[in-house]
Design a protein. Structure first.
Length: 264
């Protein structure tokens, strides 16, 4: 059991944790306010590659939550950081939506629409993907480009169910190109964990990861030595913990329940 009094920074997933679709979830606004009143740090960490940090900031603001831009991480942004740090001279063919390109442009990274020029193919969720795009990505990987993936989510929760997500698209390219995925950047990767620690400048055991997915949020904690809290407002159910053998340090029904722990 994690002792909330020993936590100096709270890292919240967004969809399924803070909000679901366009609706704020119970206790979200109140716990953020309490954390800030106690002069602790807040970081918002999402695997979504379809929104820029600015767009996430605007959505949070529309729900009554104020967040500084530097305290919002998306897999689009972290992917741009990955290429900036690891492959600054790369030429990247992007399968994904505008948010990824916007984050790459912010860091002056080189992208291409010509698969024959690509040193890397980066795959994120694209809700208007075409056969031509998939075929071009496959061709680039067959020519030797490394296949990189923004996040490992095969599906994403929405108010009336689920939608197909990044990994489903990436697997199609992987199978067609007959080349394995080279790296997945989003949660639960060590690279994502490293970026969290760089931003917060706090020891990992004093940063609590709060999220609704075992395979991403909770594994992010396990992979990077963060304590973890699973909220049951999104993907995971209580029985999934035993089935998947991924054990968070704390399980709560929602953020109202976590707020009760915070106030003890």
């Amino acid at each position: 059991m994690v002792n909330i009094k020993h936590i100096d920074a709270f890292c919240f997933d967004l969809d399924g944790t803070i909000f679901l679709g366009n609706d704020i979830l119970p206790g979200a606004k109140e716990i953020i306010e309490q954390i800030k009143e106690h002069h602790k740090k807040v970081l918002f960490i999402t695997n979504s590659p379809t929104q820029t940090r600015e767009e996430c900031q605007q959505k949070l603001q529309s729900l009554g939550i104020v967040a500084d831009i530097e305290n919002i991480f998306t897999s689009a942004y972290v992917s741009a950081l990955y290429f900036s740090e690891r492959y600054p001279q790369s030429t990247v063919y992007i399968v994904g939506e505008k948010a990824i390109r916007d984050e790459f442009n912010q860091l002056s990274l080189h992208t291409t629409k010509n698969p024959s020029e690509a040193s890397h193919v980066l795959v994120g969720l694209d809700r208007t993907i075409t056969y031509e795009t998939l075929n071009d990505a496959m061709a680039a990987v067959r020519r030797g480009a490394d296949l990189i993936v923004t996040n490992p989510d095969p599906f994403c929760p929405v108010p009336d169910g689920f939608i197909l997500d990044t990994l489903a698209i990436a697997r199609a390219i992987e199978v067609a190109s007959d080349q394995p995925i080279f790296e997945i950047i989003g949660k639960p990767s060590t690279f994502y964990g490293e970026q969290i620690l760089k931003q917060l400048k706090i020891a990992s055991h004093r940063c609590l990861i709060v999220g609704d997915r075992l395979e991403t949020d909770i594994l992010l904690g396990k992979t990077n030595n963060f304590p973890t809290c699973l909220v049951l407002t999104g993907v995971a159910k209580r029985e999934d913990v035993r089935v998947k053998d991924i054990y968070p340090d704390l399980i709560v029904d929602n953020l109202e329940s976590l707020l009760a722990h915070f106030r003890r």
